[in-house]
Design a protein around this ligand. Sequence first.
Ligand code: CO
Length: 192
Amino acid sequence: MKIVHYPHPALRCQSKPLTSIDKDFHLQVGEMFDLMYEAKGLGLAATQVALPHQFLVMNISGDFQQKDQEMVFINPVLVERKGAIEGDEGCLSFPGLFQKVRRAKTVRIQAYNIKGEAVEVTVSDLAARAWQHEIDHLNGVLFIDKLGVIGKLASRGALKELEEEFRKAQARGEFPSDTDIKQLLDALMTES
Ligand code: CO
């Protein structure tokens, strides 16, 4: 498992709700937390490790020692949003790119936790930003889609570089072709 970078097709995948919590799932969650801490992120969505399923891991403290801050949310749905606030945002799938994004200040989310229990949380500010960002990932929406005109212009160079890097990695055989990746994602979605 590794964190995939833009423009890997998994990042545009409309992921499928998770229907069972098994041993494989627990292993995937553990690996995702490791990758997230290693990359110094606060959250990681399944699509970012090329898994087309609706779950994400998060630790708003960014500190692997604060285990009580670790959260796993399955099939999360944003049920309410209030207010608006602009703030800097980055993404582990876009190394080096940071831009201002306008998000709701407060959001209410319904999901299932790792035990399969229904949970509901209301969060504001940084946590709300992180939740909105990660839930977007599960729907194939990326933070670059949320940028204003100036932010989009300012990101063009960085995006072009990421595109070139990804195509080179494909040419080196580190990733299959886009068509093959999409077939793999489809297969993962139908088997579970
Ligand atoms: Co992201």
